[in-house]
Design a protein around this ligand. Sequence first.
Ligand SMILES: Cc1ncc(C[n+]2csc(CCOP(=O)(O)OP(=O)(O)O)c2C)c(N)n1
Ligand SMILES: [Mg+2]
Length: 396
Amino acid sequence: MSTDETGQDGTGAPNTGAKSAAAKADIHGQGKGLVQLITPSGERVSHPEFDPWVQDITDEQLCALLEDMTVIRRIDVEATALQRQGELALWPPLLGQEAAQVGSGRSLRTDDFVFSSYRENGVAYCRGVDLTDIVRVWRGNASSGWDPYSINMATPQIIIGAQTLHATGYAMGIQNDGADSVAVTYFGDGATSEGDVNEAMVFAASFQVPVVFFCTNNHWAISEPVRLQSHIQLADRAAGFGIPSLRVDGNDVLAVMAATRVALDRARRGGGPTFIEAVSYRMGPHTTADDPTRYRDANELEDWAAKDPISRVEALLDRKGLLTEALKQQVKVKADAVARDMRTGCTTMPEPQPMDVFKHVYSTPNSWLDRQQDHYARYLASFGDPAEAVSEEGAR
Ligand SMILES: Cc1ncc(C[n+]2csc(CCOP(=O)(O)OP(=O)(O)O)c2C)c(N)n1
Ligand SMILES: [Mg+2]
């Protein structure tokens, strides 16, 4: 921990003035107390406490992690292009957060259940989501992308932090069932200031339920910097709830994996919740509707680009003599194929029909909705057959 409980930087200096601004920036950067196993230049550094949690990861698995991260970056680039081409209404990029998502996503068991925000498209990829389902909602084609039980991941939550309550409730269910699966909830730095997240942590701690609070500190909540949201490290907020926390380099896929495994293990053994702060950076805009150049310094982006999660795994593999042309080609082919499938799925998905608006409102029929449905069907019929209208137009 690099700060005391008053948010001071350990030098006794109060949080005012220029010195304090620097201290706060350091609190949220890659300062002391950060678990790191791969440095930005690709050096594997030893960490006695966390090394054992990833000692089973083979060179082949490291290559697979590189592939995953490259694929999700490719998905992100493709989806951003689809939005720019008018095929999607909006897209929330995850550029820079690949290690946080893959390191944690690949640590989960199939029977664990994920409750995420809108940005965890990489986690969804790890859960095996159909890529067309990822973009379905962003195309405005459906109100929900997939059946949560098909991949044990709820569809993305837009209401900031609400998913943490769902995860805690689900974890209470796991506890009642006597199962050893875990609910894992993903949210951002900004979400930690929301009532929902705080309430979820109170309940999780009170009942010691198997939930992992995975907070991706990407330094920004739209245009609000994390240093304004919290004068202490976010991981230290958990202590106030009696929840143990880990602060990990979120751009280091192995460190994230180790931390997630620690938290999952504790939860499975009945040890209750853990809060993980994955320190990363949102290298792109908040969404495709945002222009971050209006509120953040280009130097900041440059600093974080030097800590890129993908290039550091490439550097590590290179040091090991594993970054061959064949591997690079294999990863590229896979990423291109996934992006192509997503694009095809997006541009060829059938348009929803007007009456579909009544689907999935209630699980059982009810007369009130039936009446509305009949009324709407009659209203639509009053326009005649749209296909005929088009052909008459053509004949004129
Ligand atoms: C309850 C609620 N308040 C406000 C918003 C508007 N909003 C959308 S994203 C966002 C910022 C979230 O920041 P953070 O939690 O750090 O997640 P990030 O977007 O950085 O992944 C806000 C305030 C919302 N969707 N829900
Ligand atoms: Mg954020």
